[in-house]
Design a protein around this ligand. Structure first.
Ligand SMILES: Cc1cc2nc3c(=O)[nH]c(=O)nc-3n(C[C@H](O)[C@H](O)[C@H](O)COP(=O)(O)OP(=O)(O)OC[C@H]3O[C@@H](n4cnc5c(N)ncnc54)[C@H](O)[C@@H]3O)c2cc1C
Length: 517
């Protein structure tokens, strides 16, 4: 038996951004907190990495849209070095005929009047969702006053929308984005780009029921962001994680990297600490895991500590990802047909119509990728030259859809998908291929390996109505608690899901502090 090295009030497993937020909040509340990160650096999927000599990119999340301004202010992230490289990034849709469409809202918006009315309506619904995101979901049917209060609060928020909006939210909430957009707009490029946003990071196509909900989820994040819109920190998304680590340390937390947790220790049916891969044991009154729920509950805790029904439920949680990441090191700035320099610094999407996105999705159902992929492209080094050598540039793209398992296997298919992606880009950026000096493509099994997310899913667990709010991560979940006293979850697999928002981490800290009041 190995010696016990130390005792803490709280051990946080994983220094993903949610783990860091949770640790910072607990340390600020006076808890002696230790964060243990398996990998050599903090951030999880919110990280900046050198993917080719001299070229760095945000190799997981590459654009921020959901970090609440309130969290930024609470932790004083500017004081910990967080700077914005670019904010309110415009979105430009690249069309097959070489033209472009400006799909942003505003005075020059496509179908301006319809767009303005729609955006106002949808913003009210997203605002309601943002309120739910910021709070720990209640449990149903308990005598606990805090559960009843939360339930009432959620109901009151809905009631506040008014009868007409409440009815409309119920109507569209479970609808698909395709039908909603089709009944609202005419323009295929506008509908394509909006439908792409609705399904980004999910296992949905625009016609999948629930894709309006996943869109509202994203818009809720944007609405709470304090007007920054889509933005990127100086130094890439990893700079946010570095600022969160600094905030956690300043609050008194200890952060250890290269410290993989092998298992969660349980004594007398209660979590009592963790054991690292090298056998070191660390005791803690509370263990909080920012790793995904399947990793935490099935691998680190182990089925023997859980009842068979719960284990079955956890095994069946949907967690395989469909989003891939492409990173290109370019020896010069690409020229993209029809895109002026200001728009080149923003977000470019290849999603020219809803049918295009749906067809790309169709392939994924059968373990295939599409030769006509939907892409979200950024050129972060244009606004932040620190990411590439002088004159050279980085292209970072999220690719939909790359199934976790492909017929033929990824060893064979990865280079073929890479070729298809370069072809797709070359159509809009003639000559781009010749400027590529290095390329990296991360498909979901790579994301699983690189970031330790079982299944490689953007949200750890699929974001869908049946895995949301009081049903997340499992039906009957007790907020961030697990069936084992003393063990909590704080990552994207909990309410309100993924994206770099810090909300799961903040909510978990509040929940844990309430438990010990
Ligand atoms: C391809 C892709 C693109 C994305 N793009 C965007 C985007 O542009 N914008 C956006 O907002 N979101 C994006 N996301 C989603 C976002 O990156 C995630 O939802 C978010 O980073 C999850 O954060 P987390 O802290 O909950 O978990 P993670 O970031 O997964 O952190 C969990 C941490 O736990 C650690 N860990 C796991 N097991 C152990 C162990 N046994 N011991 C110790 N440590 C362990 C891991 O190493 C990791 O550091 C994207 C996701 C993917 C996959």
């Amino acid at each position: 038996m190995s010696a016990v090295a130390a005792r803490y009030d709280v051990v946080v497993i994983g220094a993903g951004h949610n783990g860091l937020v949770c640790a910072a909040q607990l340390a600020r509340a006076g808890r002696r907190t230790l964060v243990l990160e398996a990998r050599a650096r903090v951030g999880g999927a919110a990280v900046t990495r050198e993917f080719a000599p001299g070229f760095r990119a945000s190799t997981g999340a590459h654009l921020l849209y959901g970090l609440p301004a309130s969290l930024d202010a609470e932790l004083g992230l500017a004081g910990h070095g967080l700077r914005s490289a670019a904010e309110r990034l415009p979105t430009t849709s690249l069309l097959p005929d070489g033209t472009i469409a400006d799909v942003d809202p505003g005075p020059a918006a496509i179908e301006g009047a319809a767009r303005a009315a729609f955006d106002r309506r949808i913003a009210r619904f997203a605002g309601y969702l943002a309120e739910l995101h910021a709070r720990v979901p209640p449990r149903l049917g308990t005598p606990d006053w805090s559960d009843r209060f939360e339930l009432l609060r959620a109901g009151f928020g809905l009631r506040r929308l008014g009868r007409r909006d409440m009815r409309e939210l119920l109507r569209i909430g479970a609808m698909n984005a395709y039908d909603l957009l089709d009944e609202t707009f005419e323009s295929p490029p506008l509908k394509g780009a909006l439908a792409f946003d609705a399904v980004l990071g999910t296992n949905f196509g625009p016609r999948s029921p629930g894709s309006v909900f996943t869109w509202l989820h994203r818009l809720a994040g944007l609405g709470a962001g304090g007007g920054r819109g889509l933005w990127c920190p100086q130094g890439g998304v990893g700079a946010l994680s570095a600022a969160l680590e600094s905030a956690a340390r300043a609050a008194g937390a200890t952060v250890r990297t290269g410290a993989p947790v092998a298992r969660i220790l349980v004594e007398a049916d209660r979590a009592t600490g963790v054991e690292l891969d090298d056998g070191e044991r660390i005791e803690a009154a509370v263990v909080v895991s920012g790793a995904d729920p399947k990793t935490t509950l099935l691998r680190l805790l182990g089925a023997r500590h859980l009842d068979a029904g719960f284990v079955r439920t956890v095994r069946h949680l949907r967690n395989t990802g469909l989003a891939a990441k492409l990173h290109l090191a370019l020896d010069r700035a690409p020229q993209i047909v029809g895109v002026d320099p200001a728009r080149l610094r923003g977000r470019l999407v290849i999603a020219p119509s809803m049918d295009y996105v749906e067809r790309a999705f169709d392939h994924s159902k059968y373990g295939e990728w599409s030769t006509a992929p939907a892409l979200e492209i950024t050129l972060p080094s244009l606004a932040d030259p620190s990411l590439a050598p002088g004159g050279a540039h980085v292209l970072s793209a999220t690719v939909q859809y790359a199934p976790y398992t492909v017929a033929g296997g990824w060893e064979l298919e990865r280079p073929r998908l890479m070729e298809a992606l370069l072809d797709a880009l070359e159509r809009h950026a003639p000559g781009l291929r010749r400027s590529v000096v290095a390329a990296q493509l991360l498909v979901p099994p790579d994301i699983e390996r690189e970031y330790g997310i079982a299944g490689g899913h953007w949200h750890h667990l699929e974001l869908a109505l049946d895995q949301f709010h009081l049903l997340r991560p499992t039906p009957g979940a007790r907020g961030h608690a697990t069936p084992v006293p003393g063990l909590y979850l704080c990552g994207a697999g909990c309410h309100p899901g993924g994206g770099v928002t810090g909300l799961a981490g903040r909510n978990a800290a509040q929940f844990i502090l309430r438990q010990s009041e």
